[in-house]
Ligand binder design. Structure first.
Ligand code: ADP
Length: 753
């Protein structure tokens, strides 16, 4: 007698639904042996499929015991059943259960890979079986393109390729016309010679000539179990429908399903999904791309509003020029900044320009009449003369020195050499070499209302359009200087509490080129008393005969001249030689302009490393919070966080349900023996690749938008530092991992149901 392969003892199975309990099988006792071709018949709903599914390890039973090769199965866990399906059972289904978008060859190859075959062996073996079922020449066709009969042949070839002893077939001819159906049954009969074939059919007449045994089920019970044809009788009847090629020997299998092998098979399916369903690949990637772009922008907004300085009001008390890209930089040792320091600072990434005339950067200039200033004419009370006063209109223009430009920035002319030379941008061809009257005001240095005026000569024209005028370094430092040098020289102190910069000097020395030696010109209104610390010179008052009166102070004298000029009360005009001797000072701090406020911290950090101290003039000037700006910032942060959460939920819900279109394929893989664990990896591989593509495309896209000048993207991109990119990439991968994990939970539930 043939070896008993499957034995069912008192198998019962019920289905429970909310409203009813259906007993699908009642105490079924059956044994099956090799070489049998068993037809299970019965009317619809009698329990045939349930029985077949239990035999095939696709369904569980409630009571009784199933023995496989004499071994009981009561202690089988999920993994044992997976192994059982993989190594013992070949399946043939009414609906063929093929992966329609795979090629004919890949459908068989899949089963072999799952069995642990190497790729090349799997392909060779697959070809042999295709030939056996008469599908040679179709291997590169997609399974979808086959006729119904061919599909069923393919599904049989796949069952054969697994080289298992048992083949279970559920209504294999159900969707076929009778002639094709006959061919399929013949094929199965041929197989049954060295297999156990168990077939469910409700069309027993068609099967009768070929089967060896008929089991009839009614209402979940076996009502008859009869031998039909002996195996010998069938021997002659069999026509050579199965090509008489020799059955290939079982391909070498990986003995244990190790990780590497599992990953390899999962990767094969991920790759095939990707290759054979371009439409879905595009759909998934497009969805992930939308997610990636949205998360990029939200994360950008979070970084953009990371610090709260911009929600405060700017106080001009310290730095008059409101510019969020300006840093004030000193050497750590407080010594003069030399050219090599300037070069070092300029070489730091994101530093645009370095201006050694730091203080001049807070001095306003007024150059264009009716734009920057205007004249008001009136009549003074005590005279009939017309009085002309100047009123300043535009407080937004500040000096910068020629440190900030090079000859390459000029379209005409040259860089300034003399104190009163400037370069600016102008469309007017006559601008070059013209003379312009300019007013200056240093609110935080000079006494209130004081301004300085001089004529300037345009010696160069800038290429790029700008409102900025570049002044000679000599003029810049002259205007930054003041008489109380030793005591009050204006330094922007790091500790704002000291507030040294607020101290107004009493007098400001400026050069008057007409003066010589120790001649000093002061306003008629200036008192005779020497202001504190007017270098080592002292005032020397003189009587009518021009003889010095009073005590000599400090041993030296200046020769005082007076002029009637009420607007320059605190300016002391001195000769150039006098100025150079007493007021020449090198700067110990410089103004540094960076490419964007976003780079403040990173530039400061780099400067610190190089041995400099730096502060952001913008940050130290930001004082009280402005409620509306604070609220606006909080709102944007809230929206962004909410957006990121919404994306997370959208991805899990939407992408997960999009992924469900794959579940059918995964059922097929399960039936041909793939472990659920390995099936789960397919989605990880596939989706990770799509996410990587979406993330990469997003970054490229954003750079393109940035370079083409899309404002919102430009703003955000400034804030995209390493941390932001890391967050963006990490967030997208986290999202896909959560989504796939959640999908896999659903899939596992379905597959194990
Ligand atoms: P057959 O294959 O002979 O048509 P089945 O084995 O499919 O019969 O079903 C046997 C009985 O069990 C039927 O009454 C059917 O309605 C019920 N049944 C089958 N599968 C389920 C299920 N998943 N849930 C609930 N009832 C089921």
């Amino acid at each position: 007698m043939e070896k008993v392969r499957i034995e069912l003892q008192n198998i019962s199975k019920s289905y429970y639904s909310e409203t009813a309990v259906t007993q699908a099988l009642r105490k079924v006792n059956l044994t099956f042996s090799m070489g049998e071709f068993v037809a299970i018949t019965g009317e619809s709903g009698s329990g045939k499929s349930t029985l077949l599914n239990i035999i095939g390890g696709m369904d569980t039973f409630d009571e009784g015991e199933m023995f496989v090769d004499g071994e009981p199965t009561f202690q089988y866990d999920d993994e044992d059943w997976e192994n059982y399906r993989r190594t013992k059972i070949g399946y043939v289904f009414q609906d063929y259960s093929l992966i329609g978008h795979y090629t004919v060859l890949d459908n068989i190859k899949s089963a072999l890979l799952i069995m642990g075959a190497e790729s090349v062996t799997a392909e060779q073996t697959a070809m042999v079986y295709l030939e056996q079922v008469g599908l040679k020449g179709y291997e590169t066709h997609r399974a979808n393109e086959l006729s119904s009969g061919q599909k069923q042949r393919l599904s049989i070839a796949r069952a054969l390729a697994k080289n298992t002893d048992i083949i279970v077939a559920d209504e294999p001819t159900g969707n076929l016309d009778s002639e094709t159906g006959n061919q399929i049954i013949k094929l199965l009969q041929e197989l049954s010679k060295d297999h156990l074939v168990i077939m469910v059919t409700h069309n027993y007449d068609q099967a009768e000539p070929y089967v060896t045994r008929k089991v009839r089920i009614h209402d979940g019970q076996v009502v008859s179990d009869v031998q039909v044809n002996s195996e010998e009788e069938l021997e002659h009847a069999a026509t050579a429908s199965l090509e008489s090629a020799e059955r290939p020997k079982k391909p070498d299998m990986v003995p244990t399903m190790n990780r590497r092998w599992q990953n390899k098979t999962a990767f094969f399916f991920a790759k095939r999904n990707f290759q054979t369903q371009i439409g879905r690949t595009v759909l998934f990637t497009a969805f992930l791309l939308i997610i990636a772009v949205a998360s990029f922008l939200f994360i950008g907004e979070l970084f953009l509003h990371k610090d709260d300085y911009p929600t405060r009001s700017y106080s001009q008390a310290t730095f008059r020029k409101e510019d969020d890209t300006r840093l004030i930089v000193k050497r750590n040792d407080g010594k003069d900044i030399l050219q090599e320091d300037m070069d070092k600072i300029a070489s730091v990434r994101n530093v645009e320009v370095v201006d050694s005339c730091d203080i001049a950067n807070d001095i306003n200039f007024y150059m264009e009449e009716d734009k920057d200033y205007k004249y008001i004419y009136g009549r003074s009370r005590d005279s009939t003369e017309g009085v002309k006063t100047v009123k300043f209109l535009n407080e937004k223009r500040f000096m910068m020195s020629t440190d900030c430009i090079t000859a390459d920035d000029l379209s005409a002319g040259r860089l300034p050499k003399e104190r009163n030379e400037i370069v600016l941008y102008s469309k007017d061809s006559k601008a070059l070499n013209s003379q312009i009257l300019c007013y200056f005001m240093a609110y935080n240095i000079w006494q209130s209302g004081e301004y300085y005026q001089t004529n300037l000569k345009v010696v160069g024209i800038l290429k790029e359009k700008t409102n900025q005028v570049y002044f000679s370094k000599e003029l810049c430092s002259m205007l930054s200087m003041h008489i109380n040098s030793g005591f009050y020289r204006l330094h922007y102190v790091w500790d704002k509490l000291l507030e040294d910069y607020r101290k107004n000097p009493e007098v400001v020395p400026v050069i008057n080129d007409a003066l010589r030696g120790t001649d000093v010109m002061i306003s008629e209104e200036m008192e005779d008393a020497p202001p504190e610390g007017f270098c080592e010179y002292s005032w020397q008052a003189k009587d009518e005969d021009d003889n010095p009166v009073g005590d000599e102070i400090g041993g030296s004298y200046v020769n005082i001249l007076r002029q009637k000029n009420p607007s320059t009360r605190s300016f002391i005009e001195v000769s150039k030689s006098f100025f150079d001797q007493y007021y020449q000072e090198n700067s110990t701090q410089v103004s540094v302009y960076i490419s964007n406020y976003a780079k403040t911290d990173s530039v400061i950090k780099k400067l610190n490393k190089l041995g400099y101290t730096a502060i952001s003039s913008y940050r130290v000037s930001m004082t009280e919070y402005q409620e509306d700006l604070v609220n606006q910032r909080l709102l944007i942060i809230g929206i962004s966080v909410f957006g990121l959460l919404a994306i997370l939920i959208a991805e899990i819900l939407i992408l997960r349900s999009l992924m469900k279109i794959r579940i059918k394929d995964y059922f097929v893989l399960k039936f041909i023996g793939m472990k659920v664990h390995s099936i789960n990896r397919i989605s990880y591989f596939e989706m990770t690749v799509y996410t990587a593509a979406a993330v990469a495309v997003t970054i490229i896209l954003m750079w393109i938008l940035r370079l083409t000048g899309v404002g919102i993207v430009q703003d955000i991109m400034w804030y995209y530092n390493g941390a932001a990119y890391l967050l963006f990439i990490g967030y997208n991968f986290l999202l896909i991992i959560l989504t796939v994990a959640s999908f896999n939970r659903i899939l596992k539930g379905r597959l194990n149901a």
